[in-house]
Design a protein around this ligand. Sequence first.
Ligand SMILES: Nc1ncnc2c1ncn2[C@@H]1O[C@H](COP(=O)(O)OP(=O)(O)OP(=O)(O)O)[C@@H](O)[C@H]1O
Ligand SMILES: [Mg+2]
Length: 147
Amino acid sequence: MTISPSLGLKDITAARAAGVSKVYGEGETRVVALDRVSVDFRQGEFTAIMGPSGSGKSTLMHCVAGLDSFSEGSVRIGDVELGTLKDKQLTQLRRDRIGFIFQAFNLLPTLNAIENITLPMDIAGRKPDEAWLRRVVETVGLAEGRG
Ligand SMILES: Nc1ncnc2c1ncn2[C@@H]1O[C@H](COP(=O)(O)OP(=O)(O)OP(=O)(O)O)[C@@H](O)[C@H]1O
Ligand SMILES: [Mg+2]
């Protein structure tokens, strides 16, 4: 997969991949899913990653979001270099700074809508700000739901 060269604007870069490669398997089953990909994701913008099936879109997302390891290169979220983090620090970074919307929602069926929204904060032992929670629920159109 190829992506345009980064703009290199440090202060507005939310996340950055630099020369990231990801190799699955070895020998005959070896697959180079990412081959030295460099890309900046800028703050306050929507970025779409497009490409044919198997071109490495999901792999790139997983590597840049700290969900998967990579074979080569570096990934930065804000000022934090993911390669320098231990497992626990990576977990905390994902919990506090990254939101995922998966194609398959990955909601917990035993929890209601509010409980699913606040789950990461519950795990972190923090209380959500009421105004923020209301805004989130209204923004995604869940205010009229049955919870
Ligand atoms: N866990 C894995 N083990 C081995 N190979 C994998 C694994 N995950 C992905 N691959 C391979 O890596 C390459 C990139 O896969 P990836 O899922 O990132 O593509 P994609 O662009 O997201 O495709 P799609 O549009 O179908 O979602 C493919 O060749 C795929 O077969
Ligand atoms: Mg995919």
